[in-house]
Design a protein. Sequence first.
Lengths: 204, 875
Amino acid sequence: MSKLGMVFDLKACIGCNACVVACKQENSVPDGIFFTRTLSYEYGEYPNVKRVYIPTICNHCEDAPCEKVCPSGATYTRADGIVMVDRDKCIGCSSCAVACPYDMRTMLDKSALEKGLFGTGELTPFEKQGYGRYTPGTSLKCDFCSQRVDAGLKPACVATCPTNARVFGDLDDPNSEPSVLIRKRGGRQPLPEKNTKPKVYYVE
Amino acid sequence: MSNQEPTQNSLKPGKWINSTCKMCLHSCSTRVHVTDDGVINKIEGNPTNPSNAGKLCPKGNAGILRHYDPQRFKQPMRRTNPEKGPGIDPKWVPISWEEAFDITVREIKKSLDEDPRKILPSLEDFQKMHIWFWPLAIGNHNFYQSGGTMCGGAYHPLNGYIHSAFGAVNDAKYCNFWLSNGAGDGFSSHLHAAAQSHWVAKARIERGMKVVAVEPRMSIAAAKAEEWVPIRPATDRHFAMSMSHVLVYEKLCDYEFLRKDTNAPYLVGPDQFFVRDENRQIYVWDRKDNRAKLWNDPTLKSENMALEGEYVVNGVKCRPAFQVYKDILKDASPEAMEQLTTIPAATVRRIAREFAKEARIGETITLPDGRTVPFRPAAYNYYRGAQGHKSGMMTNHAFQLTNMLIGNIDHPGGRCGVTITDGCVDNNHCLPGECGQMLGAPHQLGHMPPFSWPPNEYHLAGFFPVGVNGPHLNMLSYLEPEKYGSTFKPDVLVNCHSNPVWSIQGPRDKWLQFLREMRFIVCVDVIPTEMTDFADVVLPSSDYLETYNSVMIEPPYTEGICFRQPITPPLYDTKSEEEIFFEISERLGVLDQYNEVINLILGFNQKPHLMLEPGKKYSDRDIAERVGLLWNDKPIEWYMEHGHSSTERRLDKWYRPWDGMRLLFYIEDLPFQREQLRRQFEEAKVPFRHEWPFDDYQPLPTNVIDPIHKEAKEYNLYAITFKDIQLNFGESLSIPWIKDITYRDPVHTGLLLNRATAKKLGLTDGDIVLVESPYGRLYGRLATTEAMHHETLGVSNALSRTKSENRSALMAGGHYNDLLPYDMRNTDGATGQPETSCRVKLTKLDDWPDFLKGGSTVYDYIDSIKNAKGKGGLQ
């Protein structure tokens, strides 16, 4: 058993969004949808101003509200902690999207698959080979690149990140890279008051 | 998952092929996955290359969508609509390659037979220098491509003087204090962006390297820095000199290095030249024996060389070069420079002291190769934003002198020269010059053509003996042919992977007219651009996932060849650039000349068995194979397997490659070049000889104020433009994924103006404004922020597209480059580098002008993202 999770190093992140594009190419993500994002916030007053780049992703919560509200059992948690969606069971009710306090669920609109990335109505060979995994009307989200993980690889966003701002591994293993980082630099979970027990942490 | 088949692209049945990225001009190593059905579905970094270490930037991650862009040129095409203009449909008709070559060669040949100078080349494939230098085969030195001065126009020649190298980088492997002045290295752009940001992040996270960023806009570097110091645009030289003032007057320099490893002790006379004996040997002052000695006097010890003082040698009053700079710096105190830079003097003094302290002057380190060398883990990094100003050569020199004063040049942790390519693995790039000095090598991309009057080059390159090609200067010959002595007018444009319509500064309407007057334009390209809107014939090239190439192009910490190979056969009826240019050369009857040019440019003449033979045409594969063999004698099969021969830079070529020679603290070649050029101007009676900016050639920088600061007062703001990592070095905004990330980043969604300044001017967030400079105008929408210098408007490059046939690249309200001057008043006489910031005024408008009301501008797109439901909105 393990508890796979991710740590975002806010000091390392340069907001380049290589992660976002890597995710889109690995998962053939339809137009307008993001499984991961990097946000940019300014704070302070000139000239004492700062900007922080904040990567976001499905937090694969231990007490996942999306899983609790899912009426069809489409949302489930794997033994290794990855929160998954079975598109064949998903009835497209949007409960998960409403329940997720992090706004990490997207309902797939048919038009995204039809218009294509270039908006021409014709799909590129890249899209044609990739869109088979999607069913319009179902709920989409990040699955930590579960098939890559099963193959012993890191999620695509982690693998490409130039600054190693995304650290992935088993949070149950005290010696794993993310566990060490959380311990050493005081990892914080997003919206802890929601009691969802996110498996995603931030270090500054 | 409902089925067992892999749905993630990298796990689908297929194979991985090692190759090289070309989504910018650099060359990160990739591994590309192609499915059993022949579809490219994943590009990753190749972890075996110690440069990018498996990492890729967003552009590198987006190459698939360039490959499968439905707007790619699919076969040769000929225009049928005689009307040319931005976004006007050329009404292409497909033609055969045979017809395309026929027309192209016929039209080029008309001009070639008449006067080869009537051909205007614009060949920008930075990974294929052998294409770039094709014009030499027809005896042509014109230049219209988009790089050059909007890149490092003054940066490269000065690096050539200081490092004998094309580029330079702070050594992230050891650096602990990284001063970033108007630069993206390590954070957002420039040298191998994914690689550099990787190593710089490691230094920041693992070693706690401190970063201080000095720039008008809080860029990514400043966002990650411990301290952001806002500076008024075009005063970077003055900041650098105020830093140097503190180092010199508070005696914080590495005097041992200056005495032993530089020409700072060499004695300079009142004429700016060194004081020499009858054999042209240079004098220094021996402060122990209290008399002048020749630099190579066996009784002279470096520790006795005077750096300061005033002396008389052979009746000539003289000072050591160091003293000359010290005297110049007297007027560059932080207090005096604050008036110009707006940086509080106390801030400069604090940063300068910390810079010197972190340099650990006196400490050494023993390298794995056994050498013990100075350890200087502090360095001043600068690039496009800081260097792109009127007095470019002096400006770059001022930056490097700040480094040189603390003794960090080519030392661990310091400022290190980065060669563009070494050719063969054993080549060192530093050569001895006269009197113990290293040979200054400003011509890192080849020598400029010799002076001629009337000028042989439409862009006046012969007037810039140590500069780079300034494409904006074509406008001078075009608009004032009599004044600039133009005896010919280019009428054929040969364009390859270049977009000068978008990239060159100056008035767009006049540039467009310039193009309309061309008799014939041929464009070699992959997708439509602002430039191909003007083509008469398009020769479609295969893309980087369909061709071979071998290149080493200024990797920061590594050396070796990055190898590109086809992942799939060409999707369409396209050809490699090599096929196209060998064919054109043969049909023009200049194939032998072209092969000679390539032997020289790619260095095949260093290994005679690799030389191209007369009368033979070669493929992209042939050239790639030879470049690999030249480097390390490995056959192409080896490169096809490994994808690169990249290794960490060899220590003897990386640290102190000039060991035993003296670096050029004082660049005597600059006054020498100035006087020679002045004589040539006088002898030829060049009519504008009295207004030519000869004063820009100085052996040491001065604190002269650039003309941008003297514009009419009504232009009450400055303006700058910027790119980030996803826009770096080339077109990417036509790629949906790049648009996705760019227009969700607040800095690319509006013209950036300091919030308090906006309030003072009666403006507010979201206002539509007209931006006017003394030279041009654009429209835009304000995004107020705390992260801009209080006098400066920031215009993202993503908000500078104009209408074009490429429907994916969204037009904004004009182009930043329209705001910029193209004249000699604002061009560095020494390098050709033009001013790239400007003065502007803002006028609030009630609504967009009519031509921007169609609902198809970049601002409409940004609104559609903001208004989108669910995912993807600005949060």
